[in-house]
Write a protein of this length. Structure first.
Length: 232
């Protein structure tokens, strides 16, 4: 028997979600919630809104990279499926079929949608302005008209993001309460029962990727023309 199955009967289960993936998930929750709160908290909180936007962009970029070089269940190839697989999974919800070890096909759609929407939100924020005194660090690279258009996308996209969050929370309640999948617990401990686990986390690689992405963003911000009230 494969050694990865050794802990199937154990209460703790086996490792499925590595710590980089779990840390990414909860940091993203904090950053998105914080960015939303600081947007409505007043101009004095704009700098924190900007910083949380930077952190969100780095986190999303990391998740995209980790989807190709991360551990087994973090890779897109392990859970992204076509329409037929999605339809078959939806049909299986009426039964007591065992859940996939990683993301199910519907969960995969949620992951891709979140990454796409968050990428748009963070990227447009780099060029956006509040038509008062603050602007994103890349404002100086585009015209006022382009910045205004990207600002509109930034605002509209935030509503899409709120909608996705609402659907996500409802799905979590369904899987944890109705199907008793232990999804939230697994995102805290990284462990599931009756599945094939991973051998371990690639923590050093994850830290290197995050550091490189953060440095790249910092250099891009430093190279951008200074955005001040004189641009308006």
């Amino acid at each position: 028997m494969n050694s990865n199955y050794a802990s199937y009967s154990g209460r703790a289960g086996v490792l499925v979600w590595d710590w980089p993936l779990r840390v990414f998930h909860w940091l993203l929750v904090i950053c998105v919630a914080g960015a939303w709160a600081t947007h409505y908290a007043g101009l004095e909180w704009f700098e924190w809104h900007r910083r949380l936007g930077y952190a969100t962009l780095v986190l999303v970029a990391f998740r995209v990279v980790w989807g190709f070089v991360g551990t087994r269940y973090a890779r897109f190839g392990s859970f992204v499926r076509g329409p037929r697989a999605i339809a078959e999974y939806v049909a299986s919800l009426r039964s007591s079929a065992a859940a996939p070890a990683g993301h199910n096909p519907l969960g995969a759609l949620s992951v891709i949608a979140f990454l796409a929407v968050l990428l748009v939100q963070a990227a447009t924020g780099l060029f956006a302005n509040d038509e008062v005194a603050n602007a994103g660090p890349f404002f100086g690279w585009v015209s006022q008209e382009t910045s205004n258009q990207l600002t509109s996308i930034h605002h509209l996209n935030s509503n899409v993001l709120l909608g996705l969050i609402a659907v996500h929370l409802l799905a979590v309640v369904y899987y944890d309460v109705m199907r008793r999948s232990g999804l939230t617990r697994a995102l805290l401990t990284g462990r599931k029962q009756r599945v094939e686990g991973i051998e371990g986390s690639r923590g050093v690689l994850a830290l290197i990727i995050v550091a490189l992405l953060a440095v790249a963003l910092a250099l891009a911000i430093r190279a951008a023309p200074e955005a001040t009230i004189s641009f308006f």
